[in-house]
Design a protein around this ligand. Sequence first.
Ligand SMILES: NC(=O)c1ccc[n+]([C@@H]2O[C@H](COP(=O)([O-])OP(=O)(O)OC[C@H]3O[C@@H](n4cnc5c(N)ncnc54)[C@H](OP(=O)(O)O)[C@@H]3O)[C@@H](O)[C@H]2O)c1
Length: 264
Amino acid sequence: MSASRLPPTVAILGTGWLGLPLLTDLAGDHAIRGSCRSPSGAEAIRAAGGQPYDIDLPAAAGELPAFLDGADTLVITLPPGGRTHGERTTEYYLSALAPLAPFLRNGLHVLYTSSTGVYGNAVTGTVTETTPVAPDTASSRATVAAERWLREHAPSLAILRLGGLFGPGRDPIDFFRRREAIPEADAPVNLIGQQRAVAALRFVITRRVTGIFNLCAADHPSKREFYGDRYRAAGRPPKPFLPGGGAGKRIDSTKFRLLGGPEL
Ligand SMILES: NC(=O)c1ccc[n+]([C@@H]2O[C@H](COP(=O)([O-])OP(=O)(O)OC[C@H]3O[C@@H](n4cnc5c(N)ncnc54)[C@H](OP(=O)(O)O)[C@@H]3O)[C@@H](O)[C@H]2O)c1
């Protein structure tokens, strides 16, 4: 009789807009744990097929040992929270990560959902993983600090620098809801849809991929083309497009594509 193998255990820290669909996707063939900060969050995790753990870092870390006990993979999707924490964002973010340190042992594969924001807004042209980081916001500075902290603490680490996320409940045209016009309309967009991001994360988890990877759609239409199409699809009149930005950054995800993973 052959011994049956247990499914790999994945612990997802932060089950929000990206973490919960990832949990749902993995629940069919993995044992899934998800962290939450509310009873409704726990209910959503259970409904998606996962086991909830009440964790709010750094203050409420009591369930971390059980959350990570025997886990094969940890996915960290905590956002840096620049709007909430302002100039203290890096301090807050590193203090939220600190309780993880004793658990980042050999054999635990760690994924961190970083952001292409680490390259900053001033960079132009093609941006690869070797492009120097140049963070220019509270959130992107904290994200760079988190990447550095995780590189020091997690022996088996995948840093995934995601482009702007869109999908259910996050229509890209809403990014400009408070604006009269869409600025730099000739600039290329650097986005990734929720489903494709989830598929990429699943691939990284199942292949135990490590390293730094940009995750962004291969095509980079101009904002004018992309958002024009979205307004038309939504049956809404487009906001005025202001010219400029044509030399803007194009996030290149060739390194990920060469792994033979899913389309971004
Ligand atoms: N949005 C984008 O365009 C974009 C682009 C690039 C990268 N990213 C990155 O992608 C990741 C996922 O983003 P998302 O849109 O899914 O974020 P989200 O919807 O805000 O979800 C974040 C989750 O983390 C939880 N959380 C926040 N702070 C926590 C803390 N201190 N302790 C424990 N749990 C905490 C939240 O709990 P509650 O539900 O209780 O608040 C929520 O469930 C983030 O790392 C983000 O930086 C996002």
